[in-house]
Design a protein around this ligand. Structure first.
Ligand code: IPM
Ligand code: MG
Length: 360
């Protein structure tokens, strides 16, 4: 089993180091190879996704990814910005199925911005289509407007599009995930306005015929954004397109009060996957040793489960994380003054990683 380790920028190196520590403490044999990605790769070799990094990712069973991005690269031309590394990897590896769980851990209920009773026990699985939609649709660009409200002026445009097989395969992923959970799927679209998402609704409805044991509900994206803060526990598996999934997954993550806890997986049809924390590179706290490594450690657990066929090792890591939380250890993002019982203690990145290894 080969794992590509891509730490990236900001807190990426610190959090990945803890996940690697955890992986090494398991009695499993992996080959791990590290490469630059994002701003770090641009600084070292002039491109956010160098060919060597891309080739390593392609040749690996899984990629463990930290985070990319830093303010200092914001003014580069788009093709050289750190974000292009993650978009390029998704596209090159065909990682169309993105799993973003939003789980509210029992001990962290108070950290949510919503009332505890609305989020206690929250366990939503967002399944975001990741290689289509307006993110990758062609054509896109800038030009002189030929028509519209201001003909002759500069304009910019992107293309929202989905083909039937693209929608079918993500719908299958969602229905199959629901079969292992509460057997309910909420498909989110904008069928009242967009042709692309009327088609999405039609195709999801067609695929649903193969899953009579799963209940399917459709919802417009604006209403879904509202329901996520009104009654989030009514939602179980939520499937949607690339752009709506980007937005709703951040919203759902915040409900849990602990974006530093949330892992994610992006899979292709061969079960090759990229695993990364749901949070970003947090350049403001980089290098301080205070970032929460748990989202990355839990991403490594997802990697063991989905790409490396080691479900027991995955469960061991997840249980170790729960144990560490129960023991009262908190990084600063999940620590709040006064809301804790005695025994709660603030720790840094490395101490948290060490505690998970000890619990294992
Ligand atoms: C995410 C991020 C990315 C996205 C950016 C960094 C390109 O926001 O993974 O959600 O928009 O998909
Ligand atoms: Mg996002």
């Amino acid at each position: 089993m080969k794992i590509a380790i891509l730490p990236g920028d900001g807190i990426g190196t610190e959090i990945i180091a803890e996940a690697v520590k955890v992986l090494k403490s398991l009695d499993l044999k992996f080959e791990m190879e590290t490469a630059d990605v994002g701003g770090a790769a641009y600084a070292a070799s002039g491109h956010p996704l160098p060919e060597a990094t891309l080739n390593l990712a392609k040749a690996s069973d899984a990629v463990l990814f930290g985070a990319v991005g830093d303010y200092k690269y914001d003014n580069l031309e788009r093709a050289l910005r750190p974000e292009q590394a993650i978009l390029g990897l998704r596209k090159a590896l065909g990682l169309f199925a993105n799993f973003r769980p939003a789980i509210c851990y029992e001990q962290l209920t108070h950290a949510s911005s919503l009332k505890p009773e609305l989020v206690a026990g929250l366990d939503i699985l967002i399944i975001r289509e990741l290689t289509g939609d307006i993110y990758f649709g062609q054509p896109r660009g800038r030009r002189t407007a030929a028509d519209g409200h201001f003909p002759g002026s500069d304009e910019a445009f992107d293309t929202m599009r989905y083909s039937r097989p693209e929608i079918e395969r993500i719908a299958h992923v969602a229905f199959q995930a629901a079969q292992k959970r509460s057997k309910r799927v909420l498909s989110v679209d904008k069928a009242n306005v967009l042709e692309t998402f009327q088609f999405w609704r039609d195709v999801v409805t067609d695929v649903h015929k193969e899953y009579p044991d799963v209940a399917l509900e459709h919802m417009y994206v604006d209403n879904a954004a509202m329901q996520l803060v009104k009654a989030p526990k009514n939602i179980d598996v939520l499937v949607t397109g690339n752009m709506f999934g980007d937005i709703l997954s951040d919203e759902a993550a915040m409900l849990t009060g602990s974006i530093g806890m949330l892992p994610s997986a992006s899979l292709n049809s061969k079960k090759q996957g990229l695993y990364e924390p749901s949070h970003g590179s947090a350049p403001d706290i980089a290098g301080k040793g205070i970032a929460n490594p748990l989202a990355t450690i839990l991403s490594a657990a997802m990697m063991l489960r989905y790409s490396l066929e080691q479900p027991e090792a995955a469960a061991r890591i997840e249980n170790a994380v729960k144990k560490v939380l129960a023991s009262g250890l908190r990084t600063s993002d999940i620590y709040s003054e006064g809301a804790h019982s005695a025994g709660t203690r603030k720790v840094g990145t490395a101490e948290m990683g060490d505690a998970v290894v000890a619990a294992l």
